[in-house]
Ligand binder design. Structure first.
Ligand SMILES: [Fe+2]
Length: 414
């Protein structure tokens, strides 16, 4: 009997394998190809860029970050490596279409083949927009970010705050000035080629911003952990992000010069970014985007207010997952029932917000109940709602906003 396998047999095996592939049982996970971390690791920037074959670099930086001198190390490292350098320092506030157009012009004029964002989430999002939008002239809402090959320049990210996780994600948000809307753009080409996490760049971040951006990280981790689109890798990153954050964030807020805690927060933010980039977010972000725009509430503060109410709402569908998170949040007790662990996790999140001096209600933000229906309608259209574990209606979002205004968290005594 012959032991050879015919070409027909192989074709049959391949065909069966393809038919049996079940996408719901698999997932794709994307992350930067290279991650460099540690105090003063910015000194390695030139060598990293050379590894990627860069010849001329466009640094896209926050104006304030540049004025504070935080980009000097990056500039020096690039020059020592013998690479060309152009600095685009017109990032002020969140990126919009005018800023991106200006940045694309700077990219073309410089002939740079690598874009590196340095700053908070706005600078990193601007760098991503400049790197991928290029000659695109159409409406921003119709722009489709493609795969890795659709970006013709390299992309690096150096965060100076620990929060948005943009250095890890496949997302950027650009404001379309023509239509006065923020447009989220998602695609594999938006994942940076490298992320460089240097906590020395974060030592001077004011405590209030450290607190708000830190709770943004916590919200990323919790929403990614329970997302409908979550996966085992995202859950692992999210859980460990929370474990690091509960220890590091209070000290980073109370003693901003603590390099170890700044380092841990840089890693926690990165892990949470990896988690949600590959798993999606949820209702807290869907509402936070709206109240942030409507009442000019900083993103991290909006999440800090909303997260406990959203967790209480979602607990109907994800009590076991929240109960697991009681361990990461360090409030797990062996004698507790699952319901008690779940509620303990929600209360722990609210206590973190209180301890950090962030608001727990909307009461100080000059909000009006008559606005809530419109805000709810917009939240229903937000892309982040796709990941939320519990289905939600506009009237339920209005009820959540009313809870957030009154400050009454609907949990039992346990
Ligand atoms: Fe966020």
């Amino acid at each position: 009997m012959s032991s050879t396998i015919s070409a027909e047999d192989i074709a049959c095996i391949v065909s069966q394998t393809l038919q049996q592939y079940n996408p719901s049982k698999g997932f794709t996970f994307r992350s930067p190809a290279v991650t460099v971390t540690g105090p003063h690791c910015v000194n390695q920037l030139g060598e990293i860029l050379k590894e990627f074959g860069a010849r001329h670099v466009l640094l896209v930086v926050d104006k304030m970050v540049h004025q504070l001198g935080l980009v000097a190390g990056c500039e020096t490292a690039i020059k020592i490596a013998g690479l060309g350098l152009t600095v685009f320092k017109d990032v002020e506030g969140e990126p919009d279409t005018a800023m991106i157009t200006k940045g694309v012009a700077a990219l073309k004029a410089s002939g740079a083949d690598f874009v590196v964002g340095v700053g908070g989430g706005s600078a990193l999002d601007a760098a991503k927009g400049i790197a991928v939008l290029g000659d695109y002239q159409g409406p921003l809402v119709e722009f489709k970010a493609g795969g890795l090959a659709s970006r013709t320049v390299g992309l690096g990210a150096i965060p100076t705050t620990a929060g948005t996780g943009s250095e890890a994600t496949d997302i950027t948000v650009i404001k379309d000035l023509a239509n006065n809307i923020k447009v989220p753009i998602k695609g594999a080409c938006l994942v940076p080629d490298f992320a460089l996490l240097d906590p020395a760049l974060m030592l001077g971040v004011p405590s209030s911003i450290t607190a708000a951006t830190g709770v943004d990280t916590l919200t990323h981790a919790i929403e990614a952990y329970v997302s409908r689109q979550t996966n085992p890798l995202s859950q692992a990153y999210a859980y460990h992000s929370m474990e690091m954050l509960v220890k590091a964030l209070p000290i980073a807020v109370g003693c901003g010069e603590d390099m170890d805690m700044r380092y841990d927060m840089s890693i926690a933010a990165y892990k949470a970014g990896l988690a949600f980039s590959n798993a999606g977010l949820g209702l807290a972000h869907a509402i936070a985007h709206q109240i942030g725009a409507f009442y000019n509430i900083p993103h991290g503060v909006a999440n800090a207010i909303l997260l406990p109410y959203v967790m209480a709402f979602n607990s109907l569908c994800c009590e076991p997952a929240y109960a697991e998170l009681a361990g990461a949040l360090n409030v797990n007790r062996e004698s507790m029932t699952q319901r008690e662990r779940c509620n303990a996790a929600i209360k722990a999140v609210r206590q973190i917000v209180i301890d950090l001096g962030l608001p727990t209600t909307l009461v100080d933000f000059d909000v009006a109940k008559r606005d809530f229906a419109g805000i709810a309608e917009r939240a229903m259209q937000d892309i982040c709602l796709i990941g939320n574990p519990r289905q939600v209606s506009a009237s339920q979002i209005v009820a959540l906003l009313e809870q957030a205004l009154s400050g009454e968290l609907p949990l039992g005594d346990c």
